[in-house]
Write a protein that binds this ligand. Structure first.
Ligand code: KIV
Length: 299
């Protein structure tokens, strides 16, 4: 299977983008492509296609670890996922997502945790949720040499405060707040901003007031790039799918079919066949049987 994937795109065909290249993509009119990934196997797959950026998102709490929302995932659990992805995707720019309460408690704690993503997990950058309220933390990180992606609009770690997973910025006042947040993040030094669940027109307005690129999820086509959650895109997540998801495959159904065929072949004796079986010469079998009889292991 690995050999087949290699044939389609040699691993050396791809080179990790740099922060300046990601920032320059906006002026070049080149759309950024980003997808979440949480493990080694899928990191390998993503690394062999032309995806610019991987986000080891805290959405992994739900789609990879089975939590009901993103709040319970710990820094240590995020690091396990991030390390696996870094081992599997050596040619893709990777962002580690700061989990809930890993950056809100104090600036020191935030710096320490952001540093762990780079030092221990080999991430190229980190992402955190919030606008003006995290701007000072972002500034400190950027000054310490940690590239930061901002995340505004719908910020899932605050879903309770926001009254649920709702489209954001639907009034003039709310759009002004969003723009103020975006500009504060830009001033603090982010290299890009993830914009989640806002009307397409608002996605375009915010993108146009910024110098740094925006990457949208449910923010329409006017952002500088798009991100989707891998498990939504591939049809691997059985939970609720927001309107902005486009499913490009149905891997859960394919995997279910494959497993059902496997069960049926095991039960029906069609698996394993000689090609999946180790053999030895008949004379060796005879010798083994003689020895086992002689020593009383079999009759
Ligand atoms: O954690 C995540 O996957 C995200 C998405 C909005 C892309 O932040």
């Amino acid at each position: 299977m690995t050999a087949d994937v290699k044939k389609t795109a040699p691993a050396d065909a791809k080179r990790k983008m740099t922060v300046p290249e990601i920032m320059a993509a906006k002026a070049q009119g080149r759309k950024l492509t980003m997808v979440t990934t949480y493990d080694f196997a899928f990191a390998n797959v993503v690394d062999r296609v032309d995806i610019d950026i991987i986000l080891v998102g805290d959405s992994g709490a739900m789609v990879n670890l089975g939590y009901p929302n993103t709040l319970p995932v710990s820094m240590d659990e995020m690091l396990v996922m991030a390390k696996a992805v870094a081992r599997g995707a050596r040619n893709t720019f990777i962002i580690g997502d700061m989990p809930f309460l890993s950056y809100q408690v104090s600036q020191e704690k935030a710096m320490e945790n952001a540093g762990r993503f780079l030092k221990e997990a080999g991430m190229d950058a980190i992402k955190l949720e919030g606008g003006r309220r995290v701007a000072l933390t972002v500034k400190a990180m950027v000054e310490a040499g940690i590239p930061v992606m901002g995340h505004i609009g719908l910020t899932p770690q605050s879903f309770s405060q926001l009254g649920g997973f709702k489209v954001q910025a639907k009034s003039g006042a709310a759009v002004k707040e969003l723009i103020d947040d975006a500009l504060a993040l830009q001033k603090a030094g982010v290299f890009a901003i993830l914009l989640e669940a806002v009307p397409a027109e608002v996605g375009k307005i915010v993108t146009d007031v910024l110098d740094v690129p925006t990457v949208g999820i449910g923010a329409g086509p006017g952002t500088n790039g798009q991100v989707l959650i891998l498990h939504d895109l591939l049809g691997l997540f059985g939970g609720f799918l927001p309107k902005f998801v486009k499913q490009y495959a149905n891997l859960a159904a394919d995997a279910g079919d494959a497993l059902a065929r496997y069960c049926s072949e095991v039960r029906g004796g069609q698996f394993p066949q000689p090609e999946q079986t180790y053999g030895i010469k008949p004379e060796q079998v005879e010798e083994i049987l003689r020895e086992l009889r002689r020593d009383g292991y079999i009759k």
